[in-house]
Design a protein. Structure first.
Length: 308
């Protein structure tokens, strides 16, 4: 009897140690599968929409500062719902009725009230003259995801600019999705993450899942040769972000914030891949949202991402 009790005790201790890790791995694999499926559905749906701008109406008065009350809801009801199966639609004051938590846990472990309008998502988004402080809307899909929408009715196309430009007007719709509604853990990097649709026509949808630390970039040439290797060293599926993925991370930078490995705060630049025929990189200035097309990447960092 003593030997049996001892064996049961050992089994219990081993189970207590391994079960949380096993459960966490199962949850992570499930979330990754759900993310891929959600991204595929959204990519197909957005591709069926002829244009992503022009939905909703502007508030009367000073449109540069007034909230756009109906734009996000109209984008969902008259746009997305035509190409995507949607069960329920909620306005900014009732996001929880669509399964979204009132408080969420960020990538760095801190908590934040769920943003209800564009300026609460990122105050730099509304600093641009083509952006408005639109109120969010939310909806539930038939697959059980809860999704908040931050919409820019004046979004522009990709003009292939040859000089520095601002990234804000390129954002048409930014989504915060919760894969299992209000069940929890309501944490970024787990059941919560982001997805962005850019450009009013020939739209691109990205859903970059970023790493939790930055890699310094002493020079663009060194970035071209070595940073991809450093990304894969962090995770075999990690890569340098492309330009759209980098913009998506900027739009959501207050949600995917962290303590940088380069210092106590993130560097002022994030760099995208080096242009193939040049020693320069695409760099996005985090303090303004401006793209610098001739940046040497010496003053910035790289955030690696997983690409679906």
């Amino acid at each position: 009897m003593a030997e049996i009790l001892l064996s049961l005790t050992i089994i219990g201790v081993v189970a207590a140690i391994t079960l949380p890790s096993l459960t966490g791995n199962i949850n992570e694999r499930t979330w990754n599968t759900q993310r891929k499926a959600l991204y595929a559905r959204f990519s197909q749906a957005i591709a069926l929409m002829p244009a992503l701008n022009g939905y909703g109406t502007l508030a009367e008065g000073n449109e540069s500062t007034s909230a756009v009350d109906t734009a996000a809801e109209t984008f969902v009801t008259e746009g997305l719902s035509k190409v995507l199966k949607i069960n329920n639609i909620c306005d900014s004051e009732n996001l929880q009725d669509c399964g979204l938590a009132s408080k969420i846990t960020l990538l760095n472990g801190s908590t934040k009230a769920f943003p209800k309008k564009m300026s609460e998502l990122n105050s730099l988004l509304t600093s641009n003259s083509l952006m408005f402080d639109t109120k969010a809307a939310a909806f539930e899909t038939q697959n059980g995801e809860s999704i908040a929408v931050f919409y820019n009715p004046n979004c522009t196309s990709d003009m292939n600019e040859t000089s520095d430009f601002y990234s804000q007007p390129k954002m048409c719709a930014n989504f915060i999705y919760d894969l299992n509604g209000s069940k929890g853990p309501n944490t970024f990097g787990k059941d919560l993450w982001i997805m962005t649709a850019l450009y009013s026509s020939d739209s691109v949808v990205v859903a970059p899942v970023s790493t939790t630390s930055d890699t310094a970039t002493p020079s663009a040439i060194q970035m071209s040769m070595n940073i991809n290797k450093k990304c894969t060293a962090i995770d075999s599926d990690s890569r340098l972000p492309n330009r759209e993925e980098l913009a998506s991370l900027f739009y959501n930078k207050d949600l995917v914030t962290f303590k940088s490995s380069v210092g106590n705060t993130p560097e002022d630049f994030w760099a995208a891949p080096v242009q193939p025929t040049s020693s320069t990189a695409f760099c996005l200035r985090l303090s303004t949202g401006k793209w610098l097309l001739g940046c040497t990447a010496g003053n910035g960092s790289v955030r690696c991402v997983k690409r679906w």
